[in-house]
Structure formats: structure tokens, C-alpha cells
Design a protein around this ligand. Structure first.
Ligand code: ZN
Length: 85
């Protein structure tokens, strides 16, 4: 269940971060691959726009550090395992 809560846009962001040529299908229409453009790139901040040219879905992501997408931390807790009665 915990995997379902992960935002597909965040997954896309991470995929593009690892490999700028990664093929990530649009979470909205599933018909075209997502593209991205960097709106702003600074020494400590960056803003990237993910978008689908087919359906027009888009999402913005801000990096507090270029090497560390902030959105990736949203759902990363493991509360299901390791619970002791
Ligand atoms: Zn789309």
C-alpha cells in the first residue's frame, strides 16, 4: 500500500535526475513520454518543469540543492514493518 502513495511525478523527477535521457511515460495519459525543461538553475536552487506534450499535463519541481530533489522526501517512511506488539 505504501508504494501506491508515491507520486508518479516524483518518480519521474528522480528518473530524470539519475538519467536525463530516461523514458518516463506521462502519469496522466500514459501515451507519451514526459519531457522536462529547466526554468531556473542557480548555485543552490533550481526549478524544473516536467510536462507532457500530448495531453498538456505538467508539474513543477524545486530543488533546494541541485543534487537533491526536495519532493523525493515526501513519502519515505516505513511504518508498516518492524512494529513490535
Ligand atoms: Zn500526457
Amino acid at each position: 500500500m505504501s508504494l501506491k502513495t508515491r507520486n508518479p511525478w516524483v518518480d519521474a523527477l528522480i528518473a530524470f535526475h539519475k538519467d536525463p535521457d530516461a523514458v518516463v511515460m506521462c502519469p496522466n495519459c500514459q501515451r507519451d513520454r514526459l519531457r522536462f525543461e529547466d526554468l531556473y538553475v542557480g548555485p543552490v536552487k533550481a526549478e524544473r518543469r516536467l510536462y507532457c506534450a500530448t495531453c498538456g499535463a505538467q508539474n513543477f519541481a524545486r530543488y533546494s540543492e541541485p543534487a537533491n530533489p526536495t519532493a523525493a522526501n515526501s513519502h519515505d517512511n516505513e511504518t508498516d514493518s518492524g512494529r513490535v506488539p
